[in-house]
Design a protein around this ligand. Structure first.
Ligand code: PHE
Length: 341
């Protein structure tokens, strides 16, 4: 029996020492320590021993069991460590590999121009309004004193809806004057930037969709002097404190008197150059005192209130500012172009 125990111990220790994987280890555990294992088989024979022999043999058996168990633990520990280091090796991350560059976008020049414009007017106490691009012809024309038969209503210029020609893509932001008068308490100081649509052929300076910024002030005692002073200040904020402006008479159905404002060319200082096409001046916007008829149609008494309005093309302004010579570049969204701003 003693020899049997010694043999089991020697064999088991050698076997555990050379074990390769968890399945083999478990097989060995069953073989040596299981209920039907070799050690159990030996212990079952203890009954046949004499009372004197039994304690020493019992002690030896316990010692062998303890030795086999600790060999099992050691082997299990070794396997676990090997598995962990294999996993660490397999899942290793090379932190020295260069990362994927993240492409950073930037503001569109039109967006920058608009933000700048808003900032100037907000600083002067104007509210910024937003309105629909699909507009009623009534607001785009009739309420702006351009009734039936007015040339600007022509089909060849205007995108009407085929199914209902009372509806159109607005050809100007001026219907926002009407929307403001209909919905806001007086006095009003607002700007309304947005897209407008005209049936223009596409070329370097024309696009069927472009951007305007409308502006309007209605208060008591407002005069043309307020219009000139405010718009001259805006031009100076845009092009520098020495910027000169001039106002030329013009015609719009919804303002009286009407004018256009030019700024002295910031490129040549008025001498004439390619930017101003030799004129020395660059046309910036249309404006005028709100026609009494327009006020009346909005239920505003022109004897009590007066106002002025202006509208300018934001695309043109951005093109001048950023020296963009073709309006199509603004809408193509080619990153090679946009990256330059
Ligand atoms: N709506 C006019 C245009 O598109 C501009 C304008 C706006 C003129 C407001 C006077 C007052 O040309």
């Amino acid at each position: 029996m003693k020899e049997q125990l010694a043999k089991i111990r020697a064999e088991a220790l050698a076997a555990f020492d050379g074990v390769k994987d968890a399945a083999a280890l478990d097989e060995l555990r069953v073989k040596y320590l299981g209920k039907k294992g070799e050690l159990t088989a030996v212990l079952k024979q203890m009954g046949r021993l004499t009372a004197e022999e039994r304690p020493a043999m019992g002690a030896l058996a316990n010692e062998v069991r303890a030795a086999v168990e600790s060999a099992l633990d050691a082997a299990a520990g070794k396997l676990e460590a090997a598995a962990l280091s294999a996993r660490l090796k397999a899942e290793r991350v090379d932190v020295t590999i260069p990362g994927k560059p993240v492409r950073q976008g930037r503001r569109h020049p039109m967006n920058t121009a608009l933000e700048e414009m808003k900032e100037i007017f907000i600083g002067m106490g104007f509210t910024v309004l937003d309105g629909p691009e699909i507009e009623l012809a009534e607001l785009n024309f009739d309420r702006l004193n351009a009734g039936e038969g007015h040339p600007s209503r022509d089909w060849s210029d205007t995108f009407y809806f085929d199914t209902d020609e009372r509806v159109m893509l607005r050809s100007q932001t001026s219907p926002m004057q009407v929307r403001a008068m209909d919905s806001m308490p007086l006095p009003i100081r607002m700007i309304a930037p947005g897209r407008v649509y005209r049936k223009d052929e596409v070329d370097a300076t024309h696009s069927p969709m472009f951007h305007q910024v409308e502006g309007m002030v209605i208060d008591k005692g407002v005069t043309m002097a307020d219009l000139k002073g405010t718009l001259a200040t805006v031009a100076q904020r845009l092009y520098g404190p020495d910027t000169k402006t001039r106002f030329r008479p013009h015609h719009f159905p919804f303002t009286e008197p009407s004018c256009e404002m030019d700024v002295q060319c910031h490129k040549c200082g008025g001498k004439g150059c390619p930017t101003c096409k030799g004129e020395g001046w660059i046309e910036l916007l249309g404006a005028g005192m709100i026609h009494p008829r327009v006020l009346e149609m909005a239920g505003i008494d022109p004897e009590e209130w007066s106002g002025w309005a202006f509208g300018f093309g934001l695309d043109r302004l951005a093109m001048l500012r950023y020296k963009i010579d073709d309006v199509r570049l603004i809408f193509e969204n080619d990153v090679r172009f946009l990256e330059q701003f």
